[in-house]
Design a binder for this molecule. Sequence first.
Ligand code: G3H
Length: 487
Amino acid sequence: CGELKPWNGEVHSVYSPVCVHTSEGLKRKLIGTYPVCTQKEAIDSLDAAVEAYNNGRGVWPTMGVQERIACVENFTHKMIAQKDIVVKLIMWEIGKSYADSIKEFDRTVEYIYATIDALKDIDRDSSRFQIEQGIVAQVRRSPLGVVLCMGPFNYPLNETFTTLIPALIMGNTILFKPPKHGTLLFYPLLQAFKESFPKGVVNTIYGRGHNIVPVLMQSGKINVLTLIGSSKVADELKKMHPKVNRLRAILGLDAKNAAIITQNADVKLAVSETVLGSLSFNGQRCTALKIIFVHKSIVDEFLSQLTAEVEKLKYGMPWEKGVALTPLPEPHKPAYLKECIDDAVAKGARVVNENGGETCESFVYPAIVYPVNKEMKLYREEQFGPVIPVLAFDDLEEPIQYLIESTHGQQVSVFSNDAEEVASLIDPLVNQVSRVNVNCQCQRGPDVFPFTGRKDSAEGTLSVVDALRSFSIRSLVATKLNENNKH
Ligand code: G3H
């Protein structure tokens, strides 16, 4: 409840994807525990956020913007002081390489400062007056209430703060549940939250999401749900809210981003961007390339270059220098990926690269699977792991139809050196997805760019400016001019 409380209840054991040898063979290493709060404790924390908001009359929502900025800056200084331990916890909890864990931390700090800068602009914008028909209006941005904030395991710090910070700085109060994999890393920040914000403004709950989140939603006290995670979970949670039409949802959800590599592509470039796009953090990015369409005239060359590049990637422990492939945090993932590969092979595809798809406890060696067709799981399911499904096309209409029929709509990458061909594809593609990348992989960054998706891939838009708008409402103070106040 915005306070650090002693704990004597149930605890959950946290196992790292990094394995150690035991008498029973290779096992995930136990690295810590976290408290599992009960439904009542979760509701107590929610009530602390409700009380701090106090129907918009609390200290935080009524505080001046500059004072709120000062609190966030104070928090950020304290967070930077904890960088070393937070980075190591990211690495140990989710198996992200040390270099990428540092990048995640630095990028989060940059995002916070960019949010503060953008807020200054929005604040200037807000102080504008509009006069129409004898009425003068001051346009403001006002908070929405209590925000339930849940980030994903793949960017536990960055994606959580992508929503938490703009929601907070706009004057909302926060109930925040860390992701299942990526919980311990918030421990070093709890004291900083406590010291930087008034009581009840930021409340952290640790526990089993499926047990506590439904009661929070059913309480009807959540004004904004923000989740970076699964489309199915988001749909289920929204339905639990008793007044769903009054709930604002800011969601970053499932995606199945495609690459379209035409006969006019620079194959070498397409290969290097496919490797980055499909295998960065072992393919565990919502923005990852998850299916690759290659023109049939260049598919053999593409596959041979792709295989050679994948074989150059170093796999190992997250702290090893130059490591690209690391163990996976989700215990079910190796078996799921094997199921997808076996399904494709049973339906006529082959694993192109030697050792592709082989697993060793939490490791999965990347698999290039070709040719993928409509009957296979890999055609539509979001594998979220190191598997690259490839298929050959004859006519550009085929990948366009794939996107039209897809329930996802986040991004697409097009590789072609023919400017006219690219130009002819932009409209058909940008009307299916929210970002078209030309001759480069799909990605979220730079983080100041709008980040959203069509269809089941998102609700609302995140980027610094869009996020500030998403977590607030335009409100007016409208005054009718008369003889007494027209000056
Ligand atoms: O998983 C979703 C992340 O926001 C992706 O970010 O494209 O920079 O890896 P990224």
